[in-house]
Design a protein around this ligand. Structure first.
Ligand SMILES: Nc1ncnc2c1ncn2[C@@H]1O[C@H](COP(=O)(O)OP(=O)(O)O)[C@@H](O)[C@H]1O
Ligand SMILES: N[C@@H](CCOP(=O)(O)O)C(=O)O
Length: 306
């Protein structure tokens, strides 16, 4: 096989309480990439469609993560990457992560799968770190493993795959403004209050338990973030209204997707999700801000060869 085309899905990181550790994978929303073997060693980005992004491999997260894999594998060939970008950069649904993860998964396939998913996440983290200026894998892991994941540790990298409750749906509203992950990280406090930390880690633990036990009530009571959300929500127009109305109308919980501006809700069943999408649209329709909404099942496959 000399060439491969993949679908690299969008992802929701943090899932409210789990800053930098929890994430899940979306269905139907994502980028496509074509990666082919080339006689010229190293990595070249030969085409980018959809958004204006650096074509230089060392400035593009797809190139940086590919180079990290190549430095380790030292193959006798090189790789050419085409990126068909559908996820707007700075969206909060893992735009940079989709490219970073997609390139290493595709190269691994072309090389006959020498690496496991955790090793691939590690290489992808090198690319993701260039965009966000920090080492985090909470978008990469659900993209590569599918479903819900928990990044137990970054160094050494350890990823836990969590179960997806039956009939769980995500709804996303993406206001078309850009929030750079690096900037949304820079405004977070370096120290947290012990009382707040106690509430937050209880929520992470109970959210994980709720996923394992299909307990929608507990899931709903766990979807709270008292540490990061208060700082970042100010950057997202009408965040409080969206949160209030979606929860009132039956969402299990609503929070910032990744570093924003996207907002996500989790819902039990498609009917509830469709209703929550309408709630979100009704609020944003009156604001004059351009937006997109998506209803998505939780994608248990992650990145797929197409
Ligand atoms: N292949 C790529 N896809 C998306 N963003 C990229 C890519 N390569 C480099 N970047 C840079 O990464 C930044 C966007 O990443 P980030 O702020 O993490 O947003 P997101 O939350 O959408 O991933 C932008 O500055 C963009 O230029
Ligand atoms: N944990 C990170 C996740 C960033 O996600 P993105 O989709 O906005 O890149 C953070 O919250 O900074």
């Amino acid at each position: 096989m000399n060439e491969i085309r993949i679908f690299s899905p969008a992802t929701v990181a943090n899932v409210s309480c789990g800053f930098d550790v929890l994430g899940f994978c979306l269905d139907g929303i994502g980028d496509e990439m074509v990666v082919r073997i080339s006689k010229n060693k190293g990595v070249k980005i030969s085409k980018i469609e959809g958004y204006d992004l650096p074509i230089e491999a060392h400035l593009n997260v797809a190139g940086v993560s590919a180079q990290a894999l190549i430095d380790d594998a030292k193959p006798d060939v090189g790789f050419e990457i085409e990126i068909y970008k559908k996820i707007k950069p700075g969206s909060g649904i893992g735009s940079s992560s989709a490219s970073a993860a997609g390139s290493v998964v595709a190269i691994n396939e072309l090389l006959g799968r020498p690496y496991n998913k955790t090793q691939l996440t590690y290489f992808a983290m090198m690319g993701e770190a260039m965009a966000s200026k920090s080492y985090h894998a909470d978008n990469l892991a659900p993209g590569i493993f599918g479903g819900f994941t928990l990044v137990k540790s970054v160094e050494p990298l350890e990823i836990l795959e969590l179960p997806t409750p039956h009939n769980l749906y995500a709804v996303i509203i993406h206001p078309q403004i850009e929030i750079k992950t690096s900037e949304a990280r820079a405004l977070l406090p370096q120290k947290v209050n012990l009382k707040d930390a106690t509430v937050q880690w209880a929520n992470v633990g109970s959210l994980v338990h709720a996923l394992h036990t299909n307990d929608y009530g507990l899931l709903s009571r766990s979807l709270n973030d008292i540490i990061v959300e208060p700082h970042r929500s100010k950057l997202i127009p009408f965040f409080d209204e969206i949160k209030q109305q979606t929860v009132k109308n039956g969402a299990l919980g609503t929070g910032i997707s990744g570093s924003g501006p996207s907002i996500f809700s989790l819902c039990e069943g498609l009917e509830s999700a469709t209703n929550i999408e309408k709630t979100m649209r009704d609020i944003y329709k009156t604001t004059g801000i351009t937006f997109e909404t998506y209803v998505s099942k939780i994608n248990e496959d992650g990145i797929k060869v197409i």
